[in-house]
Design a protein around this ligand. Sequence first.
Ligand code: TYR
Length: 454
Amino acid sequence: MSKNSLSSRDVFTSRLGVIAAAAGSAVGLGNIWKFPYITGVYGGAAFLFVYLGFIALIGLPIMLSEFTIGRKSKSNAFGAFKKLAPGSPWKFVGMLGVAAAFMILSFYGVVAGWSIDYIIKSVTDSFASKSPDELDSMFTQFIEQPGLPIVYQLSFMLMTMAIVIIGVKDGIEKYAKILMPILILIILVLDVRAITLDGAKEGLNFLFHPDFSKLTGEGVLSALGHAFFSLSLGMGTLITYGSYIGNQNNLAKTALQVTVADTLIAILAGVAIFPAVFAFGIEPSSGPGLVFITLPNVFQQMPGGFFFSILFFLLLTVAALTSSISILEVVVAYFREELKIKRKLATILATAMIAIVGVFCSLSMGLLKENTLFGLNFFDLLDWISANMLLPLGGLFISLFIGWYWGREKIEEELAKGAGVVSWLLSVFIFLVKFIAPGAIAIVFLHGLGVFNF
Ligand code: TYR
C-alpha cells in the first residue's frame, strides 16, 4: 500500500490492499441504507432480480473498464481521458463525474450523520422498550430537526476531509480490513435473528419471490442507477483507484471479487431487514428511514442487542467513511489537476462546498420539506439526479470509450498484465461493453424518463 496520500502515483503493493480500497469504496451506505429502502419502495424481489441482472451485465464490465482505464493512464478521471484520448471531448466524462461526486457526497454526509446519531442513541440505550411506532417517530423527529443532524453531518464531513488531507489511507485501510469483516459478521448475526422472528417468512418472500408485474419504468431505472451507485461506478472513482493498481494485478479477478462482495453484503442487509419489517408491521416502502426504524426493533429482540447496536452503527459509519473519502477524492483530484489548487486547499474547498449543499439536504427533511421539484425534496432530488442520471450517463460513455474508441487490442494488452487472457472471456467482455451496456443503459434511461413506452 502506498505510504503517501491518494494523490501519489505509487501503487498498491498487495492484492488485499487493492481489494480493501475498492471494496471499501463500494461497500457503504449504498448497501445497508439505500439498497433495502429502494428495494422496499420498488416492490421487493422483482427489483432485486433486475438489479442483479444489471450488476452482472453492466456493472461488472464497467468496473473492469474503469480499472483498465485507470491503470493504463495512471491518472485521475480527467487526466485519464486526456491522456488516452488527447484533444478529444472525452474528458467531459470526468466533468460529469465531478458533478455526480458533488451531489452524492452532499446527501451521503447527511445519512452518515444519522448513523453517528444512532451510535449515540445506542450507547444511551434509547431504543429500549420502545414500540415500532415510537422508534418510527423517534427517527422522523430527529431528521426533521434543524440543528443536531447538521452537527453530525458536518462532523462526518470533517472526518472525511481530515482523512483525505492527511492521506492516512494506510491507516484507514488497515482498519477497514479488520472492521469490514466484523460488520459482515454482525449483519450475519442480524440475519439469523431476523429470519427466526415470527412472521419472517413474509419478508423473505417479499425479497426473493418476484412479481414482475409490480415493476415500473422508474423502478428499472432506479435498479440501474443503484447498480452504479453501489459499485461506485460511472464517475471515475474506480478509474482513480485503478490508477494505483500495479501491473501484477489481475484486474478481471479483482473486479469480480469486489462486485460479488458488494452484492452479497447488500443481499445480507436485505435479509436482516425485510423479515423484521414484516414481523414488526413496518411499511416496506417507508423510505430513507427504513434501516434506522427497523433495526432498532431487531436489536431490542436479541441477547446482547445493546452492544450489537453500538457496534453496528459504529461500523456503518466507518463503512460510510471508506466510501466518502473515495467520493471526495474525485472532486479533489479535479480541483488539483485541472484548477491547479494544492491538495490541502483543494480538499478544504471541496469539503466546504459539499458540506454547505449538504446542510440544505438535511434541512429539506424538515424546515424545507415543502420546497420540492418534480415532487422530490432537495435531498431526494440530488440522490435521484446523481444516481439515476449522471452515473448511468457516465457509465454509458465509459463503456463506449472502452468498447468503441479503445478496441480489442489495447484492452487485451492491458488485461494481459498480471493475468492470462482467456480469449472467449475477452470476447464476452467486449461484447458487453460494446453493445449490451450502452444499449441497455440508453433504453432504460429513456424509458425511465418516460421518453418512450413499450
Ligand atoms: N458505493 C458507495 C456505497 O455503496 C457510494 C459511492 C457511490 C461511492 C459512488 C463512490 C462512488 O463513486 O455506499
